[in-house]
Write a protein that binds this ligand. Structure first.
Ligand code: PEP
Ligand code: MN
Length: 337
């Protein structure tokens, strides 16, 4: 961290701050120019209160050299993290395919979809039992009954389960059934929930918030990791912009940016980005070409009857075409890395 003092700061004030920083345990590199004095801090500055420093009358600017996220940073962990979910790997060149309906609707619906997507190349089964809906009048999910339905599908297909956890109170319940706990876009900064899932041993699928920056997403991952759980998969699912033609705007640039900043796997959800099934395949292919480590795609055998997100759900046949296409794109991508 570098602290830039304002021009004409009295020497006594520079000395006072220098001494204070030393008592906090930092080595301080003092550099005095004609107009500006710089204080370079050496040591772990993650705990420093930047705003308090900035409040000092004589401080012009405070600049971080290191990112505020540490455990999620590639700086401290240069190799890609590879996460293994029941033998299915993601990260470090391993592509993970997650598919299933937006919501768990019935045992029959889940079994039909699970069996078809498994046959088409999906490794993990998704499905929401607790649904975070914009309207309180929309279908809220089957809750624990939905979790039981998912577990039965796992028993019959062997597919590990990915399902969303919407509150701290239900983490233990969801963790009893699921292999991967999904934190949805609307909960990305629910810090109590992040800490709670950070105390479990489950893999966490952390989706980017609707209006979250890349740094905020990585700080959310840091919350989970700082509790001891380092199995975090990040997910770009589109952000809110002024564009209304699509449901959200898929931020393709987030994929290479996150690859540079972090060692954590990053997958893409083209379904919630597009909001329209016709656009799901092109966005998914673009994400894989940009280096994404996998996809989470909404698939429904009868989208016109789906309780939620039917308009963005692929029919199984289309999902099958998408899987073969992205496998080829990923092979080319890996060859050119
Ligand atoms: C979902 O995956 O069903 C979902 C609600 O996604 P998001 O949190 O990205 O909106
Ligand atoms: Mn959905």
């Amino acid at each position: 961290m570098v602290i830039v003092m304002k021009p004409n700061t009295p020497q006594s004030e520079i000395h006072r701050l220098h001494e204070k920083l030393k008592t906090l345990g930092f080595d301080v590199n003092l550099s005095q120019g004609h107009n500006y004095t710089l204080l370079g801090l050496i040591g772990d500055t993650t705990q420093i209160n930047e705003s308090q420093l900035q409040a000092n009358t004589y401080v012009d600017r405070v600049m971080r050299v290191q990112h505020a996220f540490k455990r999620a940073s590639r700086h401290f962990h240069p190799q890609d993290t590879v996460i293994d979910i029941d033998g299915h790997k993601v990260g470090g060149g391993h592509l993970l395919m997650i598919a299933g309906p937006c919501a768990v609707e019935s045992q029959e619906q889940i079994l039909t979809i699970a069996k078809s997507v498994k046959g088409l190349g999906a490794q993990l089964l998704r499905g929401g039992a607790f649904k975070p809906r914009t309207s309180p009048y929309s279908f809220q999910g089957l809750e624990e009954e939905g979790l039981k339905v998912l577990l039965e599908a796992k028993r019959q297909t062997g597919m590990p389960i990915v399902t969303e956890c919407v509150s701290s109170e239900t983490v233990d319940l969801v963790a009893n059934y699921a292999d991967v706990l999904q934190i949805g876009a609307r909960n990305m900064q629910n810090f109590a929930l992040l800490k709670k899932v950070g105390q479990t041993k489950k893999t966490i699928l952390l989706k980017r918030g609707l209006a979250a920056t890349i740094e905020e997403l990585l700080m959310a991952a840091e919350y989970i990791m700082s509790e001891g759980n380092t199995n975090v998969i990040l997910c770009e699912r589109g952000i809110r912009t002024y564009e209304t033609y699509t449901r959200n705007t898929l931020d393709i640039s987030a994929i290479p940016a996150i690859k540079e900043l972090s060692h954590l796997p990053i997958i893409c959800d083209p379904s919630h980005a597009a909001g329209k099934w016709e656009m799901v395949a092109p966005l998914a292919k673009a994400a894989i070409a940009a280096g994404a480590d996998g996809l989470i795609v909404e698939v429904h055998h009868q989208p016109e009857l789906a309780f939620s997100d039917g308009a963005q759900s692929l029919k199984p046949e289309k999902y099958g075409h998408l899987v073969s296409a992205v496998q080829k794109i990923a092979a080319i991508q890996n060859a050119y890395v």
